[in-house]
Design a protein around this ligand. Structure first.
Ligand code: NAD
Length: 471
């Protein structure tokens, strides 16, 4: 059932010239203060859940049209994940909203000190195309859980999902406080010209710079969820069969179009051959002898990315895979060997189903290789020796680490998810999603019953002594 403000007609599309009016109208609504209250926040969260339940078929169809996403993957990674995060928010929201009492030093007493989580105001959420439902609706859930109004801008690249969200979001959520703006660069630029109280951007580092520059004009804080080349280190003491399966799963899910997909493998030279063989077997067991026919294997989002990826197939030699079909935007799950660090495939985030495997003499060389490059969003290490995995965790920097697995660290609400340096700033998931859209306001409430004169001028010798002792 639809929540507040059910619609009988489609919400009108918002053009570039309407953007300033839209943001002003939403800000005026925010100023009424009604979004601050817990019932409004919970109603919106329930509204997102209801939207995901009632429009599941349409959403999965749009994901299939945009990315060839298998329905179960679409459900798990785009829809179900948002529902589980919202359930977590709903369980904890009352507690998160309570002022957090903190200690008051002796010289300030009698007084009470507390941290209040207050909404920031009107948030802007700009999403990418690879998980196009999750990556706008989860930040939106965080924004409303924290009592904000929000404008969301889905990616124009995943056009079917974008159009669907624009149509259905107003049916389930408070349309005076939450709006969807569709479009590409001009619409995003128009939005970035307005003053927001937080901008939550997920996408690539080049556009992140545009976003941050625009945000600077209004001193608007930003969360930047970016990407980069997430390495996998495979030590000679790894369980190679399990490692191969987990690497293959994390890499070929969504045809490699995942921000934390293993980008490349650094493997101890003596175990390169068996590792590649195990990855080949894992791919065969997942998708059969011809992945093109597998209902569980996706497609590349558009022709531009398809062309970019097929060029990268020229690096090193193809160990297996390498088949492509432009008409279907199909690229087979591929492993490349004999790749050199200078090769094109090692110069940019791959973001597709191509996995270069590079050999290193030992784990220290792998650590050095990682540390010479941009800090990654995720880092994976496979070894049965904790001395090895601990050394890698200790001596490298990345948004997050998963030991003996890939991707799974994202799914814990207890672990904030975000990058560091070029892979992003800020984090969300679990409580961090709520915190990202909240201001931690310090509130000190003093009593007037007791007003010692010691802090007031004139500063006598005795007062100076007391101040030095107690302040
Ligand atoms: P994209 O092309 O869909 O762009 C993202 C958003 O930026 C879109 O809404 C788009 O309209 C807008 N945009 C594009 N060009 C713009 C411009 N010049 N000015 C203003 N806005 C503009 O998606 P993408 O960037 O190709 O997404 C892929 C990248 O996102 C990868 O690097 C991936 O690793 C990263 N990513 C990160 C996460 C994460 O959670 N950290 C998740 C998914 C994707």
């Amino acid at each position: 059932m639809a929540q507040s403000a059910p619609s009988t007609t489609d919400a009108p599309a918002v053009g570039v010239e309407e953007v300033p009016k839209l943001v002003t109208r939403i800000r005026e609504e925010y100023e009424t203060g009604r979004t601050h209250h817990a019932p409004w926040r919970k109603e919106q969260l329930e509204g997102i859940k209801t939207l995901l339940a009632e429009r599941e078929d349409e959403l999965l169809a749009a994901l299939a049209a945009d990315l060839g996403k298998p329905p179960i993957e679409g459900w798990a990674t785009d829809l179900g994940y948002v529902v589980s995060e919202i359930d977590y928010m709903l369980r904890h929201l009352d507690r998160w909203m309570k002022p957090e009492r903190v200690a008051t030093p002796l010289f300030q007493r009698p007084a009470r000190a507390a941290i209040h989580r207050e909404p920031l105001g009107v948030a802007l959420v700009i999403g990418p195309w690879n998980y196009p439902v999750q990556l706008v609706l989860l930040p939106l859930a965080g924004a409303v859980a924290a009592g904000n109004c929000a404008v969301i801008k889905p990616s124009e690249v995943s056009a079917n999902v974008s159009a669907l969200l624009a149509r259905i979001v107003p049916e389930y959520l408070d349309r005076d406080c939450i709006a969807v703006v569709e479009g590409g660069v001009p619409e995003t630029q128009a939005l970035l010209g307005e003053r927001f109280d937080h901008i939550f951007y997920t996408g690539n580092g080049t556009v992140a710079r545009v976003v941050m520059e625009a945000a600077a004009q209004h001193l608007t804080p930003v969360t930047l969820e970016l990407g980069g080349k997430s390495p996998v280190i495979v030590d000679r003491h790894a369980n190679l069969e399990v490692a191969a399966r987990r690497i293959a799963w994390g890499k070929y899910l969504n045809s490699g179009q995942t921000c934390v997909a293993p980008d490349y493998v650094l493997v101890d030279a003596p175990v390169e051959e068996p590792l590649v063989e195990h990855i080949r077997e894992a791919v065969r067991s997942f998708y059969g002898p011809d992945p093109r026919r597998s209902p569980d294997y996706g497609r590349i989002v558009n022709g531009r990315h398809f062309d970019r990826l097929t060029t990268l197939l020229g690096s090193g030699t193809v160990a297996f895979g390498g088949e492509t079909d432009a008409a279907e935007r199909y690229i087979a799950p591929t492993v490349l060997r004999d790749v050199k660090p200078e090769d094109p495939v090692m110069q940019e985030e791959i973001f597709g189903p191509i996995l270069p495997v590079l050999t290193v003499p030992d784990v220290d060389a792998a650590i050095h290789f990682v540390n010479e490059r941009d800090k990654p969003l995720a880092l994976y290490v496979f070894s049965e020796q904790s001395s090895v995995t601990e050394r890698v965790v200790e001596r490298t920097s990345s948004g997050g680490v998963c030991v003996n697995a890939t991707l799974y660290h994202l799914t814990l609400p207890s672990l904030p998810f975000g990058g560091v340096g070029p892979s992003g700033m800020g984090a969300y998931h679990g409580r961090a999603t709520f915190e990202t859209f909240s201001h931690r306001k310090s509130v000190l409430v003093k009593s007037t019953r007791f007003d010692p004169k010691v802090a007031y001028p004139p500063y006598t010798a005795l007062k100076k002594k007391l101040m030095r002792r107690f302040l």
